[in-house]
Design a protein around this ligand. Structure first.
Ligand code: FES
Ligand code: FES
Length: 229
């Protein structure tokens, strides 16, 4: 996925059918994903019948008349990766589901969905949280950082770079959660000890067993960032 690996797209027969992902293209892709999220809703679609309205008030009125007794979607505004964004969510949707299915941000991964594995970690108002355990409606007005926002920010390139250099991933499924936890640690403590790193990552599970590499990668990133500061 990153670090210069060549990833086959489907079953390629020619070299031209392969896509090469490097740290730069991964950074660019993350930036594009963050930029592509629209700030304002321009239409309000009834999830029950698909009818489209030009205002939230019209859609709520439609609910009262045509879907009496059903709970309409809620309109919320998130500050997502530094950008305000309005969206309609069902009241029971988790933040993880909203990021993935409403906004196309698939970095926070679906694994246990029970608050156990840490693969869905995001940062909300400066705290690392499990997005599978938080409702989207609870995030109204809160600042949310996802792995896409972190990968798009050049400040954190040394961290991602160090993860690649230390090969701190196998399948990579847990990696975004680890990186978000690591970034949250470095925000609070820019020069952590190895023990502090291990404690900060204790809520992240890797079934491929890459644990020893994370502390090494983070300590190297700290050194590179200190030298560049
Ligand atoms: S998917 Fe959220 S903690 Fe496992
Ligand atoms: S690298 Fe596969 S689950 Fe961690």
């Amino acid at each position: 996925m990153i670090g210069g690996l060549v990833i086959p797209t489907g079953v390629p027969t020619k070299e031209s059918e392969q896509v090469t992902y490097t740290l730069d293209t991964a950074h660019q892709k993350a930036s594009d994903m963050v930029k592509s999220i629209p700030a304002n809703l321009t239409e309000y679609r009834c999830p029950l019948c698909g009818q489209v309205f030009s205002s939230y008030a019209d859609m709520k009125e439609h609910y009262e008349i045509n879907h009496y007794g059903s709970i309409p979607p809620v309109m919320i505004t998130l500050k997502l990766n530094g950008k305000l964004c309005e969206l309609l969510v069902e009241p029971h949707w988790t933040l993880k589901r909203t990021l993935q299915f409403r906004l196309g941000l698939t970095g926070a991964k679906h694994m246990c969905d029970k608050g156990v594995c840490g693969s869905c970690t995001v940062i909300v108002d400066g705290r690392a949280v499990l997005s599978c355990q938080m409702l989207a409606v609870e995030c109204e007005g809160k600042e949310i950082e996802t792995i896409e926002g972190i990968a798009a920010n050049p400040k954190w390139k040394p961290l991602i770079d160090a993860y690649c250099r230390w090969d701190a991933m196998q399948c990579g499924y847990c990696t975004p959660g680890f990186l978000v936890s690591a970034k949250n640690l470095l925000d609070r403590n820019p020069h952590p000890t190895e023990q502090e790193i291990r404690e900060a990552l204790a809520g992240n599970i890797c079934i491929c067993g890459t644990y020893p590499r994370h502390a090494q990668a983070i300590m190297e990133a700290v050194q590179v960032m200190s030298e560049g500061a």
